[in-house]
Design a protein around this ligand. Structure first.
Ligand SMILES: C[S@@+](CC[C@H](N)C(=O)[O-])C[C@H]1O[C@@H](n2cnc3c(N)ncnc32)[C@H](O)[C@@H]1O
Length: 314
């Protein structure tokens, strides 16, 4: 008897362990696969059981899963595991609420998933290089890159104290030791010899408190970033002005170095907000292009038209 398609079961497992919305799980395909090629007596029994009660097939199974995934009363956080195509996984402690403690930074957003999926398809961009992530939140994209793309140094950053604390804990949970209370703001010397393309099995990981509104050119220069990434940081007009101002500082604080390559993934919730971002980039003289999304790249998440990655030329 044929087994259900392994890819389908893996996709189901990945999305279930990452607590993705129930609607993103491949229910119709799974049901179809189980009906045409039932590989497990248990699952066949489940189907049979449901049909004999004249219930809609799998309805109760859907409900039981919904209960498991639903927020428990009183609990403010949960653990999610994101299985990467490399076989690695990223485990994170995340908030169960979209806004918690006055920040949106305590959970993983769709743009972070898209950015990680794209990064994992372009490991050469990160290998042996210093990567600065802006508004890292609790760290999914950066940890996925650290586990699979061999950057030389990965600098996670955010401005919110609670986010920075949770970020540090998540980084440790995944086997990396961030530099404690890194004095990056006073650091002006390069951290060792840079070897382009160097093979870095374990990257140096830094957690920096970096507020786009107050960071100085000198501080940005000290980071010596080759690549700058950010996910879901374009969602509020005030934030956009600070972000573009910081990108401008980044472009002027190069001291003869090549400008970093910049990639920003966003969910376009309000087209006006995104247009404001593009208009502000224009005013700052920063060109951009859309990175085309590949629908084949869907290990965690189906690419949606409202989630996009821009490459900025600073
Ligand atoms: C929507 S969350 C995105 C988190 C993560 N990148 C993701 O996509 O899952 C936005 C993040 O930007 C950070 N942020 C907002 N304004 C900031 C600023 N002025 N400086 C630095 N980080 C900021 C927030 O603290 C928060 O972690």
């Amino acid at each position: 008897m044929a087994e259900p398609r392994p890819g389908l079961v893996l996709l189901f497992q990945r999305r279930f362990l990452a607590a993705r919305p129930l609607s993103s799980l491949p229910w119709p395909e799974l049901e179809q696969s189980l009906r045409t090629a039932p590989g497990s007596a248990l699952l066949a029994d489940i189907l049979h059981e449901h049909e004999s009660t004249a219930a809609e097939p799998l309805d109760e199974l859907y409900e039981a899963l919904a209960d498991v995934l639903k927020e428990e009363e009183g609990s403010t956080h949960c653990y999610k595991s994101y299985l990467l195509p490399s076989g690695d996984s990223v485990s994170l402690c995340e908030s169960t609420a979209l806004v918690c403690g006055g920040t949106t930074g305590l959970l993983t957003w769709e743009a972070a998933l898209l950015l990680a999926q794209w990064a994992l398809q372009h490991p050469g961009l990160f290998r042996g290089r210093t990567v600065l992530e802006l508004g890292s939140g609790i760290g999914f994209t950066g940890i996925a890159i650290c586990k699979t793309c061999q950057p030389r140094t990965f600098i996670f950053s955010d401005c919110h104290p609670r986010v920075l604390r949770q970020l540090g804990e998540n980084i440790q949970l995944n086997g990396f030791t961030p530099e404690p209370d890194v004095a990056w703001s006073t650091q002006t010397e390069p951290q060792g010899q840079e070897v382009p393309g160097q093979n870095c099995q374990t990257p140096k990981v830094i957690v920096a408190e970096l507020d786009w509104g107050s960071v100085t050119e000198k501080q940005l220069l000290a980071l010596r970033a080759d690549v700058v990434i950010a996910a879901d940081v374009v969602y509020d007009p005030e934030i956009i002005l600070a972000l573009v101002g910081m990108l401008q500082k980044l472009s002027t604080s190069r001291a003869g170095r090549k400008a970093p390559e910049v990639f920003i993934a966003s969910t376009i919730r309000n087209p006006d907000t995104h247009q404001l971002f593009q208009a502000e980039l224009g005013k700052a003289g920063i060109r951009w292009q859309v990175i085309p999304a590949h629908s084949s790249c869907n290990f965690l998440y189906d690419v949606q038209p409202d989630v996009t990655i821009l490459q900025l030329f600073i």
